[in-house]
Unconditional design. Structure first.
Length: 375
């Protein structure tokens, strides 16, 4: 790995909000899919599969940096590829498998495939618990938003199923041709015939519920590697964050530090992890946690547990120290805080599959049945 972020390929792969907004053009602007996969929906899909990778990483018992790297890979991949043609249930495990090797914490492919299958069998209530340890890292103001995000996971995932079935059906009607080998590794199966549109879409939905096997996982890894053009070095603020916390007077092992780590973890659930360098992610997470503690009244903090009250006090005391950090201005990580608040307040809204099915009915002339499970 490059010793410095500024000399690594990661520093050249930071994107602006406008560039990210212009990505996924096939999903967002396709005449077939529009308005099913709107820009807010795309953000929620990316957030959902970040949570998916957190859960898969937990089951595979890999380090946090492996999960963070896999999320960056997944987000970079879908900057140029489509959710409707590249099944994220195959691509996401492939990203984790590739990241485990890059971060020198390898996991066997059959183990990743096994746990991907195990996740596909989870109930909606189990899916709602993904990442719950980090939800509410900023206190009461965002706890409900975080719970809405995970509770809506099953509905969000239904968008992929519905959109993919629509794309497969449209492709079958219009082209009827086979895709190239790269696309086949992650391509969603197309309905066999145009006759019986509802039945064929139902079959496509059922196929989508199947997790990848080992062979599919290995082929998808090559697709991801080719799309990323082998730019695999990803820097994370995990090593630098303890020193920042000490400079701010926050004990690295205390409850206040856990809140900061929680915000940092949540930053990988939104697009900001592709937009800011690692030190901004670390300081931005600390700034947002401290700002939240300062905005919480003492009476509100006292209603929580003693450890919560103590953590809030530590974070409030750390807030003035941001101005004392040499070479760092609060303005540097204000955009981070703004994007995180947008994530907590906006992208946590529930997304219902009924809306997706109605939109698909207008595009295809047939309702797409809802998926029978969360995944």
């Amino acid at each position: 790995m490059a010793s410095s972020f500024w000399t690594s390929s990661h520093s050249r792969l930071l994107f602006t909000a406008a560039e990210i907004h212009a990505s996924n053009r096939h999903d967002a602007n396709s005449a077939t899919l529009n308005p099913v996969v709107s820009q807010p929906t795309l953000r929620r899909l990316r957030a959902f599969y970040a949570s998916y990778l957190f859960e898969l990483g937990r089951l595979c018992k890999v380090r946090a940096r492996v999960v963070f790297t896999s999320i960056v890979y997944l987000r970079r991949f879908y900057l140029h590829r489509s959710f409707s043609t590249d099944d994220p249930r195959t691509i996401a495990p492939a990203c984790l498998y590739l990241a485990s090797k890059v971060e020198e914490c390898p996991v066997q492919a059959k183990l990743v495939a096994y746990f991907a299958k195990k996740i596909s069998q989870q109930t909606p209530s189990e899916v709602a618990n993904w990442g719950r340890a980090w939800n509410g890292a900023l206190g009461d103001a965002t706890t409900n938003a975080g719970e809405r995000t995970t509770a809506a996971a099953g509905d969000i995932d239904g968008v992929v199923t519905a959109a993919a079935a629509a794309a497969a059906a449209a492709s079958s009607h219009a082209n009827g041709t086979a895709a190239d080998d790269d696309a086949q590794a992650s391509k969603l199966p197309a309905p066999p015939t145009a006759a019986g549109a509802a039945a064929s879409q139902d079959a496509a939905c059922q196929v989508l519920l199947q997790p990848p096997g080992v062979n599919e996982l290995l082929r998808a890894e090559m697709v991801v590697l080719k799309q990323l053009e082998a730019y695999l070095i990803v820097h994370h603020p995990l090593r630098a964050l303890p020193s920042y916390l000490q400079a701010l007077g926050i004990p690295p092992e205390g409850e206040g530090a856990l809140r900061v780590y929680g915000v940092l973890s949540d930053s990988y659930r939104c697009d900001v992890c592709l937009m800011e360098p690692p030190h901004v992610l670390a300081l931005g997470a600390a700034f947002l946690a401290c700002a939240s503690a300062c905005s919480t009244s003492s009476s509100t903090a006292m209603r929580g547990s003693p450890s919560d009250a103590a953590a809030s006090e530590v974070l409030r005391e750390a807030m003035p120290r941001f101005e004392q950090l040499e070479g760092i201005s609060v303005d540097d990580f204000a955009p981070f805080a703004r994007h995180m608040l947008d994530y907590y307040e906006g992208d946590a809204a529930a997304l219902r599959t009924s809306v997706c099915r109605d939109a698909l009915a207008n595009a295809l002339g047939a309702l797409v049945p809802p998926p029978t499970t969360a995944l």
